[in-house]
Design a protein around this ligand. Structure first.
Ligand SMILES: [Zn+2]
Length: 271
């Protein structure tokens, strides 16, 4: 179900990992950001948009991870954008069908059988440094940084004042660092990204994370601080007091602590 979170901005939460699809209303149709995961949910979203008489006129993927690169033919053939680095990473990692087949091995089978990889990652890279998504609607500013994944982008929807945070600023997921071998300094990349996002925090009243709950104005800075505290604690090997993996956590209790342990271990190995 589509829920309005600000004037002209709607969100649909997916069953998978509490993923959020974002719909921004423009003059002739909508901008669709990270549409969702399960195929039946993408169809339901396409149906909802048809009922609202709102064709998709542009798409955007916040970063080159599979759960943000899916699409459905019912959304039509509008251009799907990403940053230049996002698109280049998709080309590197998913050059052909055999790469897609390998990716399938990483996705849990119960999820894999509910998704369609047909239109995965068909992304048009915007020229490096592009400031705004080219489309006929409210100005949507691209805040690119290198945390979590190469070419990761947060978006500022000017006017309604909404921050689309990609896979950062979640109330349920801890920061997930980009620990690929070609990332020189994943910790500093993440802290720099949080500083960039902090720079736009004063312009927004709503934050929509890639996974988790939509937050109000008070949540924007609180979530930046919480993510920063996590990253610093991991950097400095301090004892962590993070509610997302603590005893009161409400999400991912059976797997998220393991993600945290693996991050700590991989960081230690890199040193
Ligand atoms: Zn994600």
């Amino acid at each position: 179900m589509l829920k309005q979170v600000a004037e002209g901005v709607l969100v649909r939460e997916s069953e998978f990992c509490r993923s959020n699809a974002v719909v921004v209303q423009g003059r002739a149709g909508v901008l669709l950001v990270d549409p969702g995961v399960h195929n039946h949910e993408l169809v339901a979203l396409a149906n909802d948009l048809r009922e609202l008489d709102q064709p998709v006129v542009a798409g955007f993927s916040t970063h080159p991870h599979w759960d943000h690169l899916l699409w459905h033919e019912q959304f039509g053939a509008a251009p799907r954008y990403g940053t230049a680095r996002c698109a280049a990473t998709v080309r590197d990692r998913l050059p052909d069908a055999s790469a897609k087949a390998r990716l399938a091995g990483w996705i849990p089978p119960d999820i894999y059988e509910q998704i369609s990889m047909d239109l995965l990652g068909v992304i048009t890279g915007l020229p490096a440094g592009t400031a705004r998504i080219p489309w006929d609607g409210p100005e949507v500013r691209i805040v690119e940084h290198q945390a979590h994944a190469p070419g990761h982008a947060a978006l500022v929807i000017e006017g309604p004042g909404v921050l689309v945070a990609g896979d950062m600023l979640s109330d349920v997921l801890i920061p997930m660092l980009d620990l690929n071998d070609d990332t020189a300094d994943p910790i500093e990349d993440y802290l720099a990204a949080l500083r960039r996002i902090e720079g736009v925090a004063g312009e927004v009243d709503v934050v929509v994370p890639g996974h988790g709950s939509v937050g109000g104005a008070d949540q924007v800075r609180a979530r930046i601080e919480r993510d920063r505290a996590y990253v610093r604690a991991v950097r400095d090997a301090e004892v962590l007091d993070d509610p997302r993996i603590g005893p009161s956590a409400t999400f991912g209790r059976d797997w998220l602590p393991g993600v945290h342990e693996r991050q700590v271990q991989r960081l230690a190995e890199r040193r």
